[in-house]
Design a protein around this ligand. Structure first.
Ligand code: SIN
Length: 570
């Protein structure tokens, strides 16, 4: 489907414009890699990023980047672990691509300047373990600051390459030409600078690398900028999204109290990889006996184990005990986590760390093929915003940085071999796109987060999801019989609220439809995995109506995604 749905956010007309061959939206590992490669192939490339160039989700990644780099490890073993974690829903071809191209992609990242930790004895890259991996396979940097180091290296390379960047810019909508081909993006630059207010980047290739949507829940490891902007833009542009029901809740997020909201400090799975174990308030280990890998079972299993124990005991947290590491190992191997714990008055050297699950990673996103193409010609997606099929129903730990790297390179290769098109002036949503999505008030953000946490969190049911759907409908302004009244004024907070509202609605619709428990989608009322009915993906697109839009939900025939294009290349 490459429809011209003609939906756009309510926003002022563009007051300025940049012309390029490629616009990359986002500055995590995926966006920066795509931009570097496109620029190296001679395409005029512009990066648009919501905050500063180094402020995306990548810099928060602690554990590391998984790749078959160690002696005796093979892409085949990495493939097996990824498929098991994905709970029967991975697209095997996508996983094969990831694990076979991954090791060389990491070596190229090192060539670009990223410095990974090495073993004192051998000088080889030091590898750790995380949940679901049967081997030490995770390369890390700065102990537990892997994302920050990757970000540092790539930002330096982008500056060195002189790639034009537009910072503090919220992307609004896809521009489309008369043929429905991507033609750039509209965006709003926050604050004064060379560009200010609403403008446009006209470019015939648009790469979405906007990261995740963790802010759709009250408590998340994601930074405040992760408001699902890329998925919402793609939906309005007519693209298909998939697997949105599979939100990964990280099992061990520092517990800061029952009312703590927004971004919460992560306690990396690598802490368990190095030997920490989970205990309840009475000091009893509860993961041993639940899975052969105990605390290092795939992430969904550990999160469920923690939730079950919390429910049995009426507790709101469990504990991660790593006192046996001692002060030296804590400060050398996990300096970031140690500092975060101490900043909150907890000393992991002398006491167990209180933890609880929180929203962490969107396994689903904008549906792509192996070249990162979406169902809209000229629109590509990579990193967390994309759904390549690699993660299935539950992402294997530390596969996300690798996925961003590998598929960003594949996108750049595809763009390089696609005949260049001349950038043309175009409109948000395409010519004649007059239907604007009404904007909820800025405060709707918090109502959406509370609704989603209560109804579509770790544990879901038909009742909780139906309640969430009703509450979300009541937050939609300007819809018949619903909404708090007239639409809000355009602005960053109301655009973000509109994006959160849209992705929350799609997530709930998909989670309601999937009447089984699989991976990180846990249905209390359908506790079993149902392979016969549900070993397939749910794909969602928007269909404009006189009143706004409907969601069109369909299932794929198998775990493999159908081609994104009806024919030809974008
Ligand atoms: C972690 O360090 O536990 C997070 C790694 C990941 O999400 O892959």
């Amino acid at each position: 489907m490459n429809g011209m749905t003609g939906l756009r956010l309510d926003a002022p007309r563009s007051g300025w414009a940049i012309v390029a061959d490629v616009v990359v939206v986002g500055s995590g590992v995926a966006g920066l890699t795509a931009a570097l490669r496109c620029a190296a192939s001679g395409r005029r490339t512009v990066i648009v990023t919501k905050a500063r160039l180094d402020a995306g989700s990548t810099r928060w990644a602690q554990g590391g980047i998984a790749a078959a780099l160690g002696e005796g490890d093979t892409p085949g073993q990495h493939l097996d672990d990824t498929l098991v974690a994905g709970a029967g829903l991975c697209d095997e071809e996508a996983v094969r691509t990831l694990v076979t191209e991954g090791p060389d992609a990491v070596r190229r990242l090192i060539g670009a300047g990223a410095r990974f930790d090495t073993s004192a004895g051998t000088g080889e890259i030091a590898l750790t373990r995380e949940g679901g991996h049967h081997r030490r396979r995770i390369a890390h940097a700065g102990g537990d600051a892997t994302g920050a180091e990757i970000s540092r290296a790539l930002v330096a390379a982008v500056r060195e390459a002189g790639i034009e960047t537009v910072e503090n810019a919220l992307v609004l909508d896809l521009l489309k030409d008369a043929g429905g081909h991507a033609a750039g993006v509209s965006l709003h630059v926050m604050g004064e600078g060379r560009h200010d207010g609403v403008g446009a980047v006209h470019a015939p290739a648009v790469v979405l690398a906007t990261g995740g949507m963790g802010q759709v829940f009250s408590a998340t490891t994601n930074p405040p900028v992760s408001t699902g902007d890329g998925v919402a833009l793609a939906l309005r542009a007519g693209a298909e999204v998939s697997d949105l029901e599979f939100v990964q809740f990280h099992p061990t997020v520092l517990y800061l109290g029952p009312d703590s909201e927004g971004q919460q400090p992560l306690v990396s799975e690598a802490v368990r990889g190095e030997g920490a174990y989970l205990v309840d308030a009475g000091g009893e280990r509860f993961m041993a006996g639940q899975h052969e890998l105990a605390e290092l079972a795939p992430r969904d299993i550990v999160a469920k184990g923690i939730m079950r124990r919390m429910r049995e005991q009426g507790a709101d947290r469990m504990y991660l005990d790593a006192r046996h590491f001692g002060a030296r190992m804590w400060s050398e191997r996990f300096p970031t986590i140690l500092a975060a714990c101490r900043a909150h008055g907890i000393d992991p050297v002398t006491e167990p760390v209180p933890v609880a699950p929180a929203a962490h990673y969107a396994s689903g996103g904008v549906r792509t093929d192996l070249s990162g193409r979406t169902t809209v010609p000229g629109l590509y997606a990579c990193g967390e915003v994309a759904c390549t099929g690699v993660h299935g129903a539950n992402r294997l730990a530390s596969n996300s940085l690798l996925e961003g790297l590998v598929f960003a390179e594949r996108i750049a290769a595809h763009i390089a071999r696609t005949p260049a098109r001349v950038p043309v002036p175009a409109e948000p949503g395409g010519p004649g796109a007059t239907r604007t999505v009404p904007l909820p008030p800025a405060e709707a953000r918090y109502a959406i987060q509370r609704t989603m946490t209560a109804g579509a969190g770790v544990l879901r049911s038909a009742d909780s999801l139906a309640r969430a759907a009703r509450e979300l409908a009541a937050l939609a302004p300007g819809r018949a019989g619903a909404g708090p009244g007239k639409p809000a004024e355009p602005g960053v907070e109301t655009w973000e609220a509109a994006n959160l509202h849209l992705v929350a609605g799609v997530l709930v619709a998909a989670a309601l439809r999937r009447t089984e428990t699989r991976g990180c989608h846990w249905r209390e009322d359908h506790p079993e995995r149902d392979d016969e009915t549900w070993r397939r993906h749910l794909v969602v697109a928007l269909r404009p109506t006189a009143e706004g839009f409907d969601l069109v939900v369909r299932t794929t025939g198998s775990t493999a995604f159908p081609p994104v294009m009806d024919g030809g290349t974008p």
